[in-house]
Design a protein. Sequence first.
Length: 556
Amino acid sequence: MAFLSDNDKSKDNLTDSRRKEAEELVKGLAVDYGLPYINLFAFPINLDGLRVVDRKVAEDAKMGVFNLINKRAFVAVLSPQHPETQKAIADIQAKGYDVSVSMTSEDGLKKIWARYDDLSTTQASVAGTISISNEAVTELREKIKSLNDAVNFFSELASSKDMNQISRILEVMLAGALALKVSDLHLEPEEDFVRLRYRLDGMLTEVTSFDYRVYRHILARLKLVSGMKLNLALAQDGRFSIKAGDDNIEIRESVIPSGYGESIVMRVLDPRSINVKLEDLGIHPRLLEVFKKELSKPNGMLLNTGPTGSGKTTSLYAFLKYVYTPDTKILTIENPIEYHLEGIVQTQTDEKKGYNFLAGLRAALRQDPDIIMVGEIRDKETAGVAINAALTGHLVLSTLHTNNAAGTYPRLIDLGINPKVIPSALTVSMAQRLTRKLCPHCKKEVPIEEKDKIIFSKIIEGTHDKTYFDGIQKEVMWAPVGCDKCNAGYKGRIGLYEAILADENVERAVNSNPSENEIRKAAEGQNILNMTQDAILKILSGATSLEDSRRVIEIE
């Protein structure tokens, strides 16, 4: 299924021909004036921009403000030398706006002026946002309960003759992502079409495809609202907000050139998705009590490891919300700040200005914090300052690039940290992955195959404390089916966790420059499940499937 452009649907070929000639003429004049040309029939008009200039002034000056991002006004003009045009632009600048001028046709300006009629029925929205009405979001959330619903909704839109189709496509694309709790949207150009895929519960799934002419309009609109350069096909980053009812949801956008055009990825930063209680992460109750005990200490360090998208930030935020009290000073250093936490001071690094994690951590220590979260430990200097902070009365939370909890110690030693101080500072090292949860409405019971029974038995036998599996049946497991309440048999995700505490056995092992296996063996007496054992427990209890757990960890 591909969307066709509005121009393809036009019944008046003569009007189209005249319009194209006019646009080509203005495009040539723009080159003579040294200004960019803009075809306003490719862009929905941002009503916030119209409020910058009165309609009569805009019509008399042969100009119009077609977009507004923060304090930057995008102005289209018929002739930059028209005295009234120059005066209107000067007045906009006098109001404190940074003006970006483009040339357009008179028909393009008429499109801007016609939108003034909509101002009387449209409430003001925050500049730099894409506004989605409460009614639209409610309608979509009622209709879109599964991925199939989203596909069907796009099919209906494809056959629509709505002249504002580009705006509607964007609205459906973004509001549909919110309804399905999508984490990322991917627009990927192929040779003959552009594919839209949603990352839902960690998996990419194709939703629909677009005609290239429609996609160019979508690309230009997304670049505009996120403050990117319109006429350059290069790697760019931007961000904008969606106003959906009372929620302001931030979208982090990345554009890169690809073989067939510019590829877009939009990360959805919905505050509700991070609002997860510590008890709802999927941490085993015994391990949860360990974490609560360690988090109650006035100093020490907790390091969380795992690949991108494994839920590390969600877990660390849940830890911070658990320990926060009005008499506690908590400060975070992040890149970027994905979600804003009430009562917690958050600062964002800026590599271009020399404000990296190390500089942020050093500055944070001068702010008299009780608890510090460092987004990532990448180098010896940051690791050293974090270790010293943990040794001098601060509770430090951070992430580290290793594959498992045991790998944390060799990694810190590789960074140049003195092995003798690591156990005194690092109280907990943990690792996690995210696996999809089986839909409780349609999952089906299946017998465990003999070869998998052997694997399960081996893993359970290797568990130091076998009481974890007391009362757990070992004959059947559950598999996905799929229904109108889920996505191919899955709905939501749950964490697989492991952790190692810095006890005497681990301390002795660390002093001898250990391997991961040596650390793991030293920690066996702590009676904490590793990720594989945690996965088997969740598989046998019906929380997830063997198939999906194998997607994120090795079960052999």
